[in-house]
Write a protein that binds this ligand. Structure first.
Ligand code: HEM
Length: 542
């Protein structure tokens, strides 16, 4: 009995070993090994921690030494490609049926997002995107501008109440907190016509607001257990508290989403009279929030039945919009305030432009016509792109084209890079935005005027907006980029007209921090998470 058990255990061990080796050996033997690249720094993590935004300077040193395309290491020293070569990046982003987000990233996202657009790939992604695209068009975003203004005024009231209670009429506050409440409230109303109302300090927080506080309290950081759990799906009982909180928050969002879906469907049918097919002509209907627009698009008669989203897919977009559209915009606006505090002369120049506008609530088109506001927003989204990195996995062996040939570690010149099925490619968004070869010697400086005559080299950047990768490019480019740009402009418009902002700590104390999303944090207090302490006082118009 004991010997057969031993035999069974030995068999299981050998089976497991063969499985592990057949997974890792081809990867260790990857053709990427012929590329030059930094030495390994951790047998378990490889270079993964170097991709956190705290380590952007390390990446700049790598690029200076090895060029824009190099071999780096992932976990267990598996080689992976790190590339800022624009032709190569374009190839990966546009061939979205051959390059997916790696399963570990999708699994990590799915804990909170379910099977929404950010997680979907292949045919499923194409179908979801087709139905969702119309809700994010310029005409739809134009209609939402009023929501952006309303919620910005609520944020001003919120800070004004705190200013009134502060000594000498100056408030010292971590602006991330207020901006994050504001953008959450915006996406609630603009996304689903649901007022999360986190800026309302008089009422107790509602359940969606609490669900959100829970998941965003502890910022995501790389650690091995988390990585392995995302590589190897484990039973729910092994889930850590972060995953459990994320899933509980998703359950809340799912329940609220399903309720909203049922209500909206019923409302649409009431308004337009149910037809036997349950569909209607798109031109019959009007609506403002993204979910209503999406439901209408999904029910419209021009969508073939096999292309419609299921109710579950529609509801999965609720947490997707909430998560994708909230922290990203509040983070970029936070960085904008940071830049304007570091350069008070730019803050004043912008204020003068904005104060010359005769209305408190300009339309989307009026906002877009403000030249200096546009330059400041562009420069913020270049230098402080909130999403610093993305990655893709090759579904098949491929040869990747290069814009400039490179020399491998044996001294041979290569014009294309062989990549094996399953291998990861890192696209360093922020490193590309600060590349001297693309942007010139002053690439790391905040200079809004550079956008008046940008270098020709940027035309090769395959981004959906402004020759930047802030919102990425190709079929997976950010669907909400127009939404975000108008929201950010509306926020900056009113905040700079209403308040004066000043750094509450020396600029050198503020550093970028975070995995995937870079937030400002205090150099010696990163464990407290993202923060930007500013002094805020009302701007007195003369
Ligand atoms: C400054 C603000 C924002 C930034 C920097 C940003 C950035 C990005 C990036 C880089 C991606 C591509 C991720 C990848 O494939 O690796 C993305 C995708 C996405 N974003 Fe945004 N985003 C912002 C605002 C928004 C807003 C406001 C919404 C929704 C209201 C939104 C919804 C989405 C969705 C649904 C996707 C997935 C698109 C797809 O795969 O087809 N984002 N975003």
């Amino acid at each position: 009995m004991a010997s057969s058990l031993l035999l069974l255990a030995a068999g299981a061990f050998v089976y497991l070993l063969v499985k592990i080796l057949s997974f890792f050996v081809p990867r260790w033997r990857s053709p990427l090994n012929r590329l030059r690249g930094p030495p390994n720094i951790s047998p378990l993590f490889g270079h993964i921690k170097m991709f956190d935004s705290d380590n952007i300077a390390v990446q700049a040193k790598w690029v200076a030494e090895y060029g824009s395309t190099m071999r780096t290491y992932g976990i267990f020293k598996v080689p992976q490609l790190y590339t800022a070569d624009l032709r190569l990046v374009n190839h990966i982003l546009t061939h979205s049926m051959d390059y997916f987000k790696p399963p570990e990233s999708r699994l990590a996202l799915s804990h909170i997002l379910g099977q929404g657009l950010l997680v979907a790939e292949g045919e499923k992604h194409r179908r979801q995107r087709r139905v969702m695209n119309p809700a994010f068009g310029p005409a739809q975003i134009r209609e939402l501008t009023e929501v952006f203004h309303d919620k910005t005024i609520r944020l001003c009231d919120y800070w004004n109440r705190e200013i009134a209670a502060s000594p000498q009429g100056t408030l010292r506050t971590n602006v991330i907190a207020g901006l994050s409440k504001m953008t959450l409230d915006v996406i609630g109303v603009a996304g689903f016509n649901y007022d999360i109302d986190t800026l309302n300090t008089e009422e107790p927080p509602n359940e969606l607001s609490i669900a959100f506080q829970d998941i965003f309290k502890s910022p995501l950081r790389h650690n091995l257990v988390e990585l392995l759990k995302n590589l190897i799906p484990t039973p729910r009982s092994f889930d850590n508290s972060r995953v459990k909180k994320a899933e509980a928050a998703r359950a809340t969002m799912q329940r609220i989403g399903m309720q909203l879906l049922q209500e909206k469907k019923a409302e649409i049918m009431r308004e337009h009279g149910e037809k036997s097919t349950g569909t209607f002509e798109k031109r019959d209907v009007q609506g403002r929030d993204l979910l209503t627009l999406l439901i209408k698009a999904n029910m419209a008669s021009d969508i073939p039945d096999d292309q419609r989203l299921t109710d579950e897919e529609v509801v999965a977009q609720v947490p997707t919009f909430l998560v994708a559209g909230h922290e990203t915009t509040s983070t970029s606006t936070t960085w904008c305030l940071y830049a304007l505090c570091k350069h008070p002369e730019m803050q004043q120049k912008l204020r003068e432009e904005l104060l010359a506008v005769p209305t408190d609530a300009p339309t989307m088109d009026e906002l877009n016509e403000l030249p200096y506001l546009d330059l400041v927003v562009r420069e913020t989204l270049r230098l402080h792109a909130p999403v610093t990195i993305t990655s893709r996995m090759a579904l098949e062996d491929d040869v990747l084209p290069l814009s400039t040939p490179l020399t491998d570690k044996h001294g041979d010149v290569i014009t294309g890079i062989h990549i094996r099925k399953g291998q990861r490619i890192i696209v360093p968004i922020l490193a590309l935005h600060t590349s001297k070869s693309v942007w010139g010697e002053d690439a790391s400086e905040f200079k809004p005027e550079r956008w008046l005559s940008p270098p020709d080299t940027i035309t090769a950047v395959p981004g959906v907006w402004s020759h930047l990768l802030t919102f990425l490019g190709g079929p997976h480019a950010c669907i909400g980029y127009r939404f975000s740009l108008v929201e950010m402009k509306a926020l900056v418009f009113t905040l700079i007209r209403t308040f004066e902002f000043e750094l509450a700590v020396p600029a050198e104390e503020i550093v970028p921090f975070g995995t995937f999303l870079q937030r400002p944090a205090l150099r010696n207090r990163k464990d407290e998470g993202g923060q930007l302490p500013l002094l805020i006082r009302p701007y007195k118009r003369s």
